[in-house]
Design a protein around this ligand. Sequence first.
Ligand SMILES: [Zn+2]
Length: 215
Amino acid sequence: MTEPATTDRALEEDTVTDQPYGPATAVIVVDMQVDFGDPSGSLYVQGGEDVVAPVNALTDEVVRAGGKAYFTQDWHPAQTPHFVTQGGTWPPHGVAGTPGAELLAGLVVNGPVVQKGVDGRDGYSGFSVRDPRTGATEATVLGDWLHRDGAERVIVVGLAGDYCVVETALDAADLGFQVEMPLALTRFVRVAEGDDVQAVERARAAGVRVEGALA
Ligand SMILES: [Zn+2]
């Protein structure tokens, strides 16, 4: 770890730690679905089920404070270039209408759900979808919802930390929100060694306040 990164983080923690939740606080709960968060899932993220209880506690606390929770859900067609079966990267997962695409049974869904991947688009962020053939991206409704609801502080949690969570956090930072990514409330799929470290570095470089340490 480099000296400047340590110093920056220490400074930032001094100034914003323990800021109470309020009406301008939003939590984005990313892809807490059976395929990612249950050991039976087709793209299981190790330890994903452990995140359910702390995520429930966070959204409950934020909603009680007048803030809002939003949920994303991968919702793919059975055939999509997003899947390895059609030349993509991933084993089939989050196929619309299948048990694997359901949000985890223990998850308290106390806010609206935005589905992504609909119509064969892909991309990882809750804020945008991407046409896999042309690469063109298009915004989902999530950014509009956050602006409409007066969000300023955005806490991004869920699965997986090195894909959909970090991309959602990066987009939120790009949209000008004050973004936090608590590592205790995510798990990493680590397709390649070091993906988790790289995701955290990208987030920090974009101004996201990453809390806690990698397991
Ligand atoms: Zn997907």
